[in-house]
Ligand binder design. Structure first.
Ligand code: TMP
Length: 427
């Protein structure tokens, strides 16, 4: 669908990231170092967004010379510590990704020093979505928002095809005076009514509403990652690491598993895996996995993807292909057919297949929880499961990425992170 704009410019502080804590703490520390009176939090909040020297002059009665000195003291703490006392607003990373992968121009236009913006963009992993990062420094000293906006647009860009998203009146006024669209991020550090009074075309209270406005429709769809592998391959450890990794990058993550993941499917899990179910027919087993999957997709996976979250699922359809189609020898056609109602709505874009040889897998399982009904199967069953995974990985090498799970936890995770970065970059 064609978007209303081709160029999307974002302010940083209060729009992309909540940088308040680091700025407040660093201003307070700087005033203490200079022997100046402390300021209330509400006044410290006013330092977030506008050029610092304006704020030091306005709220601390400093001369221009004093404010220059204050900034250099402030930076002693901010550059090393304060920069990282921040977080991306939930949903913003997925919005930037959607704009970038959709072919739009995405840039930051901020009065923050450029080297800090670059550091933060790399730290949060959003640098791969940005066509330009414009801040002050490196020959650019004007913190006039209009200059920053003009520098963030590619040559020949029509202002009417560009929009500036920001949380302060400076952003809105500058965009309007240049003929750009202007959108207010009211979840940042604006005062009540500030953005509407400045004449913003639209103002939003949260990122999902902003994203729906910029992208049209429901906003960005999330991403679905599944993890597969033999029992004992270390999936749970790696899944937890992946969740932390993605959350630090500002993504909202839903961690779930199969069979299970929602109340009804967890009950089905108990039936399938219980040793009391010994003797269950292979068809019944396959249908129960499929039944629990369709419920799980409807209740958990699909709703999370709809609101732009990243779903990490411990096993999905590939497990049914490996274990039921190959392991139980039910055939791929039958297993795919009974799973059609589930996968019609959601299929992983990336599947991480953790590979471990059978001897090591058995050794690790022997040290873990008591074995369930599938784990006590005979060796020829597991050989067929392995053949199933091999066939899947060969058939879909783009989606299914093989990971050597025999390495250290850190080395395995490095490989996983590389694959996930490729997905995030839209490659
Ligand atoms: P888990 O122990 O990794 O949670 O998985 C439970 C067991 O269920 C495991 O042995 C693999 C098996 N399984 C299947 O046979 N088919 C499936 O579709 C799924 C999801 C799991």
């Amino acid at each position: 669908m064609a978007l209303k704009y081709d160029y999307f410019l974002f302010d940083f502080d209060g729009t992309i990231a909540d940088t308040g804590e680091g700025i407040r703490k660093s201003v307070a520390w700087c005033l203490e170092q200079l022997g100046k009176p402390a300021l209330d939090t509400s006044v410290l909040d006013r330092f977030i967004g506008p050029p610092l020297h304006d704020s030091f002059e306005k709220y601390c009665g400093m001369t221009q010379e004093e404010s220059e000195r204050a900034i250099s003291v402030y930076r002693r703490r901010y550059t090393d510590i304060g920069l990282y006392e921040s977080r991306l607003y939930p949903g913003i990373a997925m919005l930037l990704r959607a704009l970038h992968t959709g072919g739009s121009w995405v840039a930051i236009a901020s009065a923050k020093p450029r080297f800090m913006l670059e550091k933060l963009a790399a730290y949060y992993g959003i640098d791969k979505y940005l066509d330009a990062i414009v801040g002050i420094g490196e020959g650019r000293h004007s913190s006039d928002k209009r200059d920053l906006i003009l520098a963030a647009l590619p040559e020949g860009a029509q202002p009417a095809r560009a929009v500036m998203v920001g949380d302060r009146l400076y952003d809105i006024e500058a965009a309007r005076s240049l003929g750009l669209g202007s959108v207010g991020a009211d979840y940042g550090y604006s005062l009540p009514g500030e953005l509407a009074d400045a004449g913003a075309d639209a103002v939003f209270d949260d990122v999902p509403a902003l994203a729906a406005h910029l992208l049209g429709g429901d906003g960005p769809r999330g991403l679905f990652i599944s993890m597969e592998g033999s029992d004992g391959c270390g999936k749970s450890t790696q899944i937890a690491l992946l969740r932390d990794y993605l959350e630090r990058r500002g993504f909202e993550v839903v961690l779930t598993r199969e069979p299970g993941g929602c109340p009804i499917s967890e009950r089905v899990r108990e039936v399938i895996l219980s040793l009391d179910s010994k003797g269950m027919s292979s068809e019944c087993e396959a249908l129960l996995y499929a039944a629990s999957r369709v419920e799980h997709v409807r209740k958990v996976i699909e709703p999370a993807l709809k609101c732009g979250k990243i779903v990490i699922c411990d096993r999905f359809l590939d497990s049914s292909i490996a274990y039921q189609a190959y392991g139980r020898e039910l055939g791929e056609d039958f297993v795919r057919q009974i799973n059609a109602p589930a996968v019609r709505h959601a299929a992983p874009q990336l599947t991480l297949l953790l590979e471990l040889d059978r001897a090591e897998s058995r050794r690790r399982m022997a040290q873990g929880a008591p074995l369930d009904r599938l784990e006590i199967e005979k060796e020829d069953f597991f050989a067929r499961v392995q053949a199933g995974y091999d066939a899947l990985a060969q058939a879909e090498p783009g989606r299914i990425r093989r990971i050597d799970a025999s390495k250290s936890i850190e080395a395995v995770f490095d490989e996983i992170a590389r694959e996930v970065e490729r997905l995030l970059a839209g490659r």
